[in-house]
Ligand binder design. Structure first.
Ligand SMILES: C[S@@+](CC[C@H](N)C(=O)[O-])C[C@H]1O[C@@H](n2cnc3c(N)ncnc32)[C@H](O)[C@@H]1O
Length: 292
């Protein structure tokens, strides 16, 4: 479960614009062209999203308007996020949303999306989703939170062999705040180690997901059709979303590294730099699109 000190839905909302400018355009457009072609072969496209948060990927796909009249199954483990997604999509000037039985129907000038929002743990995928005929499985800023060698084989087993996958914003091991601070390396190493300690019983380093995912997919017999960097680059002078995101990053590090001797002084300095708009931040990410 999401267990942060800050307002997580507000963080996901601020993250939307940051992610939009970070996404690898070449990987995104390869995926869109593939979907466009797929639609000519098979009407009634079906998408499955793992870890849908507050529904921002639904907006991205709707705004792209590549696919017409499709079905979107969203899985999110936080039950409360369903209402945030419903409210967000209902309030948008861009869409009309009708909630009918368990399904939502989202209409834009170019497409109609039937959305099935399922609250549950994607690790129990075969209990949550009964269909197998999805055309594309998406997961955005989520795969690095999951035990890849356990989860992805289960997920892919559930899908047809010609299904596509689009996994974006997979953290790939580099965290960097600027200006340089003498304790940076200690903080970054401890922060990455904390991520890697998440799954002690499997051979997988979550902090390096972006780097190792492609090789893992190929070893497992899957095809990688497009890959490329999608780094987050933020500066506290830019805008309100960046400032909120940076404060949340500092809080995430604060929570993860409780008790580390240099943490307090490092955080005081970073918060001072955030307030005086000197702070900038980069995290390396990698996107992938391919066929399972
Ligand atoms: C970093 S957020 C990204 C959310 C959304 N994709 C976005 O970018 O706005 C990770 C999301 O994955 C969800 N999540 C993590 N593990 C999950 C699991 N095992 N099953 C379903 N959702 C999960 C979290 O609850 C959270 O909403």
């Amino acid at each position: 479960m999401v267990n942060e000190l800050f307002d997580y839905p507000a963080y996901l909302s601020a993250k939307k614009s940051i992610d939009d400018r970070s996404l690898n355009r070449q990987v995104w457009s390869t995926m869109c062209h593939w979907l466009e072609y797929r639609q000519t072969q098979k009407p009634g496209i079906k998408l499955l999203e793992i870890g849908a948060g507050i529904g921002t990927m639904i907006e991205r796909i709707a705004d792209e308007a590549i696919v017409k009249d499709f079905h979107y199954t969203a899985i999110e483990q936080e039950p409360g996020f369903r209402d945030y997604a419903l409210q967000r999509l209902s309030e948008s000037q861009e869409y009309t949303l009708i909630s009918k039985d368990q399904l939502w129907q989202l209409t834009t000038p170019n497409t109609t999306i039937t959305i099935d929002w399922l609250s549950g743990d994607a690790l129990d995928i075969n209990q949550i989703v009964k269909e197998t005929d999805f055309d594309l499985v998406l997961s955005h800023a989520v795969i690095d939170l999951l035990p890849v060698p356990l989860f992805l084989p289960d997920l892919f087993k559930q899908l047809e062999p010609d299904c596509g996958y689009y996994f974006s914003l997979n953290f790939s091991g580099k965290t960097e705040f600027r200006p340089v601070h003498p304790d940076d390396e200690t903080i970054y190493d401890a922060y990455h180690k904390d991520m890697d300690d998440r799954f002690n019983n499997i051979d997988w380093l979550p902090s390096r997901t972006g780097e190792i995912l492609g090789e893992w997919l190929i070893e497992q017999g899957h095809t990688v059709l497009a890959t490329g960097p999608s780094d987050w680059r933020l500066a506290s002078r830019d805008n309100e979303d960046d400032i909120l995101f940076l404060e949340n990053m500092l809080q995430t590090i604060e929570k993860a590294l409780q008790g580390l001797p240099c943490l307090e002084s490092w955080l005081i300095e970073r918060r001072r730099q955030l307030a005086s708009k000197e702070l900038s931040f980069t995290a390396s990410n990698i996107d992938y699109f391919g066929l399972i």
